[in-house]
Design a protein around this ligand. Structure first.
Ligand code: WTA
Length: 646
């Protein structure tokens, strides 16, 4: 059979081919204008068609800014939509799990097997007193039990709060305290680059002094677990009853909380609801990736992040497709691992981050030569702007010039993708995300909130009413933070904190306009890192800024003022890096630490990070006039120059 080609070049542009148009759910851009005529009804129809409801809503959309509700009065259970309704698909595989060790066999779970485990685990949680509306903390690596746990929560109407397994005990603890969870589900560890990475010790430390009463531990690396508080996942699962009645939820009831970094020192708990989130996860998975239920989708994101929630787990399952997850590192045991997985499991949709693409690009095409990967149909990217070289390499070397690259812009807050082109519509243009998903609207505004329509002029990207169904339902127990972060800068417009401009009518994202960094696709805030550093007993204060990095996109650099300048040493640098590992996790570890005697500050005491950035980028710092201590700039320049000359 001939290998299908899903893109062609036409008029200097990449556009969908006939092969793509033939299989595309959406192949006509009329969908955008149709949706625009009546976006509320458009989503109402999609909700009816895509999901199984217990009771239809009486109001499709209600807006009382800064809050808005979709499908008010509608009732459903999320787990029923992701699992139960696919049980009639015979022995259809829901999940393929690839463990990192090569001598360990991948596991496939059919929808029926997943159903069995989820029901049992829901009963386990129920037995521990978890009920509708309770928060359950989840600190798990990418293993099938993560999916079972999250769906079991959804079955009970409990709210899962997943914490990235590479985050530290302290980071887990603050999140547990915020959500007041009684149960934590974790593992003894996981495999990373051939080593056993320990998790249990961190979990054990984290639960001390919190509301956690029971910890359920998955045995992944064979550690012996004991203690009254701790239960073995398999043991409790085995004993549980095999049916748990799904709790029928209101559409606006929360499904999960996921903490993310903003401009303050404390991460905020982003709340997502049940119905609206599900509708967006379902339709964006289907249309962006042209996902059919006989497709295998592999989204490489960890479940500690929103991409893992929406596209490694929920989107593909709501669609009744097969999702693949891989436990380990992309370069273990060598750089061929990912491509072997794609060939072995005939992956059709592959969704990853620019940082991974840049890493593979750097190590060269030789690792890819022998892989045809002709099962691939659609490639996706997410998490940060992708440069033209990386886009072209992804397109040519992974996709062999056959598959569209869909550059999806979205955020933890938006729940699902929002700006991208659709594979059957195109065009596919390097560095350009595209247009607002049908039925949603983004505009670009100047600092006063006035719309900028001119091509090429950078402004703030904002979303306007009606807001997308998957959008956050506030910040967990923190109304004022919700208002301040998203609704203060522009009246009645959701502030994305991203810059953007139009290029030939399509949206190009330029990146964050606030103090949020993207380090290897992971979202971190400078303030959180500064907080962590400032908590060290020898540190008086610190200023953290990102610098560009060829692979990771950005990496943090810290300027540290010590209590006593004599303490500055290489040893202290190592100690401070370790300190950040313990406070947040290794993902946040500063690449460089400079000791300085003061930081550039305004009269009101605000640290001028922009000036630190200019110094690092070897650009002339502007705005020295506003500083209370302009002389410090020369000193900092010297410190940086000295380091470079070493
Ligand atoms: C950035 C990840 C450019 C953006 C889903 C956003 C992107 C932040 C893209 C959210 C993209 C995400 N092009 N930038 N395709 N996708 N971003 O919450 O700055 O981890 O605000 O969600 O990532 O990061 P978060």
């Amino acid at each position: 059979m001939r290998t299908k080609k899903y893109v062609i070049k036409e008029g200097g542009k990449y556009v969908p081919s006939k092969d793509m148009k033939d299989i595309a759910w959406v192949s006509d851009d009329k969908i955008y204008s149709d949706a625009k005529k009546d976006p509320i009804n458009f989503w109402g129809n999609l909700a009816r068609e895509g999901l199984t409801w217990e009771k239809e809503w009486n109001q499709t959309y209600e807006e009382k800014l800064p809050y808005f509700n979709w499908f008010k009065g509608g009732k459903l259970n999320f787990c029923v939509n992701a699992v139960d309704r696919h049980l009639d698909k015979g022995n259809k595989t829901a999940l393929i799990w690839v463990p990192e060790p090569i001598n360990e066999k991948p596991i496939k779970l059919t929808y029926a097997e997943l159903y069995d485990k989820v029901n049992k685990f829901a009963n386990v949680l129920k037995g521990l007193g978890v009920k509708k509306g309770d928060v359950v903390s989840v600190y798990l690596p990418l293993i099938p039990e993560a999916l079972v746990t999250m769906l079991a929560c959804a079955r009970l109407g409990a709210i899962h709060s997943v914490v990235f397994s590479a985050f530290s005990a302290e980071a887990l603890k603050t999140r547990i305290l915020d959500g007041k969870a009684k149960v934590l589900v974790t593992a003894d560890g996981y495999y990373r680059r051939g080593e056993k990475s320990e998790l249990f010790g961190k979990a054990k430390n984290a639960v001390k002094g919190t509301t956690i009463e029971k910890v359920i531990v998955v045995n992944r690396i064979g550690k012996r677990i004991f203690g009254r508080k701790f239960l073995d996942f398999d043991e409790v699962l085995e004993k549980a009853d095999s049916y748990c009645k799904p709790e029928i939820m209101n559409s606006e009831d929360p499904l999960f909380i996921l903490y993310t970094s903003g401009t303050t020192g404390r991460p905020k708990g982003i709340v997502h609801d049940t119905g609206g989130y599900a509708v967006q996860a379902y339709w964006t998975s289907k249309w962006n990736f042209n996902l059919h239920d006989d497709d295998v989708m592999w989204c490489t994101a960890d479940i500690g992040w929103i991409t893992g929630h929406s596209y490694a787990f929920y989107g593909p399952l709501l669609n009744g497709a097969t999702t693949l997850i891989y436990e380990g590192a992309p370069d273990f045991p060598n750089f061929q691992r990912w491509w072997r997985i794609i060939e072995e499991f005939k992956v059709n949709v592959f969704y990853t981050a620019p940082t991974a693409i840049r890493m593979f690009m750097r190590v060269g095409d030789k690792h890819l030569k022998k892989f045809k990967m002709d099962s691939l149909k659609v490639l996706g990217t997410v998490g940060e702007p992708i440069d033209k070289d990386a886009w072209m390499w992804y397109f040519n070397t992974i996709g062999k010039g056959r598959c569209p690259v869909i550059d999806t812009w979205w955020q933890t807050e938006t729940g699902g993708t929002l700006i991208n082109v659709l594979p059957g519509v195109g065009p596919f243009v390097p560095t350009i995300s595209g247009r607002s998903f049908p039925g949603t609207k983004h505009i670009i505004v100047d600092p006063k909130g006035q719309e900028i329509q001119k091509q090429g002029v950078v402004g703030e990207l904002v979303q306007v009413s009606p807001f997308a169904p998957g959008m956050l339902h506030g910040v967990y127990k923190n109304h004022s933070k919700y208002v301040k972060t998203y609704w203060k800068s522009f009246k009645n417009k959701y502030d994305t904190s991203d810059g953007a401009y139009y290029d030939n009518g399509l949206i190009r994202i330029t990146g964050r306009t606030d103090d949020v960094m993207k380090v290897a696709g992971h979202r971190l805030s400078t303030a959180e890192l500064e907080n962590a550093l400032n908590n060290h007993k020898l540190v008086n204060e610190s200023g953290v800024v990102p610098i560009p990095d060829k692979i990771k996109g950005e990496v943090p650099v810290a300027f540290v003022v010590l209590e006593n300048s004599k303490d500055g040493s290489e040893k202290l640098i190592a100690e401070l890096k370790k300190h950040v590992d313990l406070a947040i996790g290794p993902t946040a570890r500063p690449e460089l630490i400079y000791f300085v005697s003061d930081l550039p500050k305004t009269r009101s005491g605000k640290i001028m990070r922009r000036i630190l950035k200019d110094i690092l980028n070897n650009e002339k710092p502007e705005g020295l006039m506003t500083l209370v201590n302009p002389e410090i700039v020369e000193e900092i320049k010297m410190v940086v120059a000295n380091h470079l000359s070493k």
